[in-house]
Design a binder for this molecule. Structure first.
Ligand SMILES: Nc1nc2c(c(=O)[nH]1)N[C@H]1C(S)=C(S)[C@@H](COP(=O)(O)O)O[C@H]1N2
Ligand SMILES: [Mo]
Length: 391
């Protein structure tokens, strides 16, 4: 038996179960079927008739390109390594496993240089983590998304081994991929990098992942090692990780200070202001991804992503009807995506608008698009996503 602790972390000494379990095909009448199965015989995908679906296009997976999922086609709890969305701003560098060394530098008692073997011999955990790009959008049917089972060493164990010096404030994660950036007319070479405060970095769930769904990390997902910050938007999960640097000043690189920066109008202590924030923890979001029919029975399925706060409910609304509770998949864990479904009894034939919303135990409710703060940037698109279908 595999067991998860409260955080959904599976320790190495626990017997490993099968991962990436595919769906078990079963008819809609099987009430216990809470997985997202591949369509079983006789099941039919009801096409969405909204503009978003009509405008949607999917691109084949090609080297160095961004790739997203067709969320209507999600068929398993874990996303295959090939299907899992891809974003990289500076291409996909190849790193040789044998000569790979992760450097830990700066305000530490012991600077470290760790091989892949060193990392694999450390404090290893397995964890289910789903995430999305901070730039995910309804235009892509929220396809910049994925959920996987990751294996790696805890970041806190590496930082403890290095020993963080008094006065240190921030930890910068530099990657191998580099690009030239023009800043004020000057071309400079810069590596992809993100940073975390010491407190954020020391969370026990942060990991340096070297396996994804039971396979060595594929090169396009950051081989050999990437940072994973569960509950945060994808941009925090630095791929092709080369150096961890501890410093006493804030790191203001492109992906902290200029890109992945949300500019919104919000209330700051009673005063309306336009303010920027770096994209960090995932906002509470749900979305319907598909409607299926079998033998005249209809089922609505969707996903939730958030920062790991337990959920109170996911609800579905049909046309002007009341919000009705959806069922959450019992396989969901703290940082996985959370799949849900709603059995739609006796829908009337004709066009319908269907929408979902999620509420967490702290009382946060997923807003409508109209309730979202006014934004200039497109980052952090988490409003309710109404969909249209014709029954
Ligand atoms: N080294 C590096 N890491 C990176 C990026 C990058 O461009 N370079 N992109 C980030 C962004 S914006 C996202 S959304 C995630 C995507 O991870 P994935 O491609 O494995 O899904 O990687 C993050 N890590
Ligand atoms: Mo991203």
């Amino acid at each position: 038996m595999e067991t998860n602790d409260k955080k959904g972390i599976r320790r190495r000494d626990v017997i490993k179960g099968a991962i990436g379990a595919g769906g078990i095909a079963a008819g809609l009448s099987t009430a216990s079927n809470l997985l997202f199965p591949a369509l079983a015989q006789g099941e039919r995908l009801i096409p969405f008739t909204d503009d978003a679906s009509e405008a949607f296009s999917w691109r084949p997976i090609e080297p160095n390109t961004t790739h997203w999922q067709d969320t209507r086609e999600i068929t398993s709890f874990f996303t295959g390594n090939e299907e899992f969305y891809l974003v990289q701003h500076y291409g996909q560098p190849e790193i040789d496993n044998d000569s790979y060394r992760l450097k830990v530098t700066g305000m530490v008692d012991n600077e470290l240089e760790l091989s892949l073997n060193d990392l694999q011999a450390g404090d290893v955990i397995e964890q289910q983590v789903g995430f999305e790009c901070g730039g995910n959008s309804q235009r892509l049917l929220y396809g910049l998304i994925g959920n996987a089972n990751w294996r790696g060493t805890t970041l806190s164990s590496i930082l403890s081994r290095a020993g963080i010096k008094e006065g240190a404030k921030e930890i910068v994660f530099f990657a191998e991929d580099v690009s030239t950036e023009e800043i004020r007319g000057r071309e400079v070479e810069k590596a992809f990098a993100r940073s975390l405060s010491i407190d954020d970095a020391m969370r026990s769930e942060n990991m340096l992942a070297f396996e994804m769904n039971g396979e060595p990390l594929p090169h396009y997902h950051g081989k050999p090692v990437r940072l994973l910050v569960p509950g945060w938007y994808g941009v925090a999960n630095v791929k092709w990780l080369k150096q961890i640097h501890v410093q006493d000043t804030r790191y203001m690189g492109r992906f902290m200070g200029r890109d992945y920066v949300t500019l919104k109008r919000t209330n700051v202590g009673g005063i309306e202001r336009w303010v920027e924030n770096s994209v960090t923890t995932m906002n509470l979001k749900s979305a319907i991804v598909r409607v299926i029919e079998s033998g005249g029975e209809y089922r609505i399925q969707g996903f939730v992503l958030n920062d790991g706060t337990p959920l109170e409910s996911v609800e579905v609304k049909i046309d002007d009807g009341p919000w009705q509770k959806a069922q959450l998949n019992p396989r969901n864990t703290k940082y996985s995506w959370k799949l849900f479904q709603y059995d739609w009894a006796n829908p009337e034939s004709g066009p319908h608008t269907i929408v979902s919303r999620v509420t967490d135990v702290n009382g946060n409710v997923q807003p409508t698009n109209q309730q979202l703060p006014e934004k200039v940037s497109f980052w952090e698109d988490f409003g309710q996503f109404p969909r249209q279908v014709v029954i």
